[in-house]
Design a protein around this ligand. Structure first.
Ligand SMILES: [Zn+2]
Length: 172
C-alpha cells in the first residue's frame, strides 16, 4: 500500500522532531506530532491539541468528548505554517502515525509532495475503510507516501520514552 524508502539521516532527524512535538499534546490518549519540511529545513511543527492559547484543562482531553475540539497534528502543522506566511507547496510531512482521512486530504490539498509516517503514536481513527482507500489511491498518484517502522528510527531511548509517556497518560 505504501512505498518503501531507505531511511536517510534527514528522515531520521525529522521523524525524531515529529516525535519530540508529539510529547506536547494535551491529549490523554494519543499524542501525535507532525513537522513540515522543505529543502532540509523545518517550516513548521504541530501536535494534536486545542485552539491556540486555550487552557489545556478547559476542554475535554479524552474520547469521545475531545473529538470536536482536538485539532490533529498535521492540520496544526499546516495552520502554523500559514500563520508564518510560509508556503507548504512542495514540502514533505513527517508524521508520528498514519494520517487520518481528513489530514490525508488536507496535506494533499496544500501541496505536500511526500508524506513520511511512522508508528510511534497510536491514533484510533479509521484508516482501513473503503473511503480511506479510495482517497489514498487518488492522493498517492501525486504524493509519495512512505511508511518507516519505528524500530528503524535511530534513537531508541527517545522513542521509548515517548511511547511510555503515551501509555502513562492513558492510565490516568
Ligand atoms: Zn488527522
Amino acid at each position: 500500500m505504501f512505498e518503501s524508502r531507505k531511511l536517510t539521516r534527514w528522515d531520521n532527524k525529522f521523524l525524531l522532531e515529529a516525535i519530540f512535538w508529539s510529547r506536547s499534546s494535551p491529549d490523554q490518549q494519543t499524542q501525535c506530532g507532525c513537522v513540515l519540511v522543505k529543502d532540509k529545513t523545518m517550516l513548521s511543527s504541530g501536535y494534536n491539541g486545542f485552539i491556540r492559547d486555550v487552557d489545556d484543562d478547559a476542554l475535554p482531553k479524552s474520547r469521545p468528548e475531545k473529538y470536536p475540539y482536538m485539532i490533529h497534528a498535521e492540520a496544526n502543522a499546516i495552520y502554523n505554517c500559514t500563520r508564518l506566511g510560509r508556503s507548504t507547496l512542495g514540502a514533505s510531512a513527517y508524521v508520528t502515525a498514519i494520517p487520518c482521512l481528513y489530514c490525508l486530504q488536507a496535506l494533499y490539498q496544500c501541496g505536500i509532495r511526500e508524506i513520511i509516517f511512522t508508528d510511534v503514536s497510536d491514533p484510533k481513527c479509521v484508516i482501513g475503510n473503503e473511503d480511506y482507500h479510495k482517497i489514498l489511491k487518488m492522493v498517492s498518484e501525486t504524493v509519495n507516501i512512505f511508511y518507516i517502522p519505528s524500530n528503524q528510527i535511530d534513537d531508541k531511548d527517545f522513542i521509548e520514552s515517548a511511547v511510555m509517556l503515551s501509555s502513562k497518560r492513558v492510565d490516568k
